[in-house]
Design a protein around this ligand. Structure first.
Ligand code: FPP
Ligand code: MG
Ligand code: MG
Length: 380
């Protein structure tokens, strides 16, 4: 057991599974059409942080020891795992892309963590697929030119290819999801896809011009947080819930897993929005200060706006006038908007940790706690 102050590397706890992640995802994305194949796999080349699969795998292990649901409410019927062919679903998704001799396909079960089910590993891959699909579409919407330190897919292949590639990822994610043979989990992850779009819509609506110079109100922050839940926290929280469900955990544990993911997801996006003000593009691997350029008022600006009502005019015209972006940035950095954002992220991170405090002690639980701490400390 790790005493207080001891650090667990969350990655090490599920290293074996994470090692296979990118390879498995690339197999799920195999297409006979060479150029579709290329653009679909494009964002799997650069090393992403793989935060979502990492959390899914840790949650799977951490809830393994928790109470199990009764037979009739749980989903741990023998049908789930045995319904996946011995070679894994990948073979069925695209037989031509998976050579029979593939070492991944015949991965010895004892090498991997026995407390992570095959269905939970697939779920980790699905969460990353949905995330990557949303990035492909997001970069088109945001006119982004870089992602993870490389040219964005839309810049490299054009908008049409990037949109189609995102759709293709969602299609393959849906096939993989259906093969889990768990209707509740399908419903959760399908809802995530709808939520991502709803969140993006709320954000776009918010970038419409309002010449009447809006006033800051209590609803301003509530709207931002709802948008943030849909855009970021929904995927993490519902994936955590699904991981616990697939493991057959009881309702209390399933809710705790969801609450952890929801609070971690909110903390994660708040930090993201903060880093947009505090870090350079070089550090982030994507343009910094991008939100204001896009007309977006995120948490640091909202807190600043509360103190400096003159920001309302700039918010209303979406920082479009010459010098608006610089002026807004200056006002935000003069205020304690960044600090308040950090404090709110800290609150959510602590709520995430509290949600799983009752889980039995394990390395995976320590890993989840560490993820919550790292989320607010991260610099990129
Ligand atoms: C990144 O936000 C974007 C998202 C988290 C979700 C975007 C959702 C869509 C584009 C809707 C379509 C969804 C699917 C599933 C195809 P950001 O722009 O703030 O982050 P960034 O700085 O990494 O670009
Ligand atoms: Mg973007
Ligand atoms: Mg965006």
């Amino acid at each position: 057991r790790h005493g207080p102050g001891m650090r667990v590397d969350p990655l090490r706890t599920v290293a074996k599974e994470m090692q296979h992640l990118t390879g498995n995802i690339r197999k799920l994305l195999g297409s006979g059409h060479p150029s579709l194949d290329r653009v679909a796999k494009y964002y799997t080349q650069a090393e992403g942080k793989h935060v979502r699969p990492l959390i899914v795998l840790l949650m799977s292990r951490a809830t393994h020891l928790c109470p199990k649901a009764h037979e009739h409410t749980g989903h741990r019927g023998p049908g789930i795992d045995s319904s996946i062919s011995p070679m894994g679903i990948l073979a069925d998704v695209n037989p031509s892309a998976l050579p029979l001799s593939s070492p991944d396909a015949r991965e010895a079960p004892e090498e991997a963590n026995p407390d992570i089910l095959p269905s939970q590993r697939r779920l980790a891959e699905i969460s990353e697929l949905i995330h990557t699909a949303s990035l492909l579409h997001d970069d088109v919407i945001d006119h982004s030119v870089s992602r993870r330190g490389s040219p964005s897919a839309n810049l490299e292949f054009g908008n049409k290819m990037a949109v189609l590639a995102g759709d293709f990822l969602l299609g393959r994610a849906s096939v993989a999801l259906a093969r889990l043979r768990n209707a509740e989990v399908v419903e959760l992850l399908a809802t995530v896809i709808a939520n991502l779009v709803e969140g993006e819509f709320m954000q776009l609506k918010n970038t419409e011009r309002d010449e009447r110079s809006p006033k800051y109100s209590e609803e301003t922050l509530a709207y931002y947080l709802q948008k943030t839940y849909l855009k970021t926290a929904s995927l993490i929280s519902k994936s955590c819930r699904a991981a616990a469900l697939l493991g057959g955990a009881d309702a209390h544990t399933v809710d705790a897993a969801y609450s952890y993911g929801r609070n971690l997801g909110l903390a994660f996006q708040l930090v993201d929005d903060m880093l947009d003000y505090t870090r350079s593009g070089k550090d982030l691997g994507k343009p910094a200060g991008a939100d204001l350029e896009l007309g977006l008022a995120t948490a640091p600006l909202l807190f600043a706006w509360k103190q400096r009502p003159e920001l309302g005019a700039l918010v209303g015209r979406k920082f479009e006038r010459e010098g608006d972006v610089e002026k807004a940035r200056e006002l935000v950095l003069q205020s304690d908007g960044v600090e308040q954002t950090r404090a709110l992220a800290q609150e959510y991170s602590e709520k995430a940790m509290a949600a799983i405090a009752g889980f039995p002690d394990s390395d995976a639980k320590d890993g989840l706690m560490e993820m919550a701490e790292q989320t607010i400390k991260r610099q990129k």
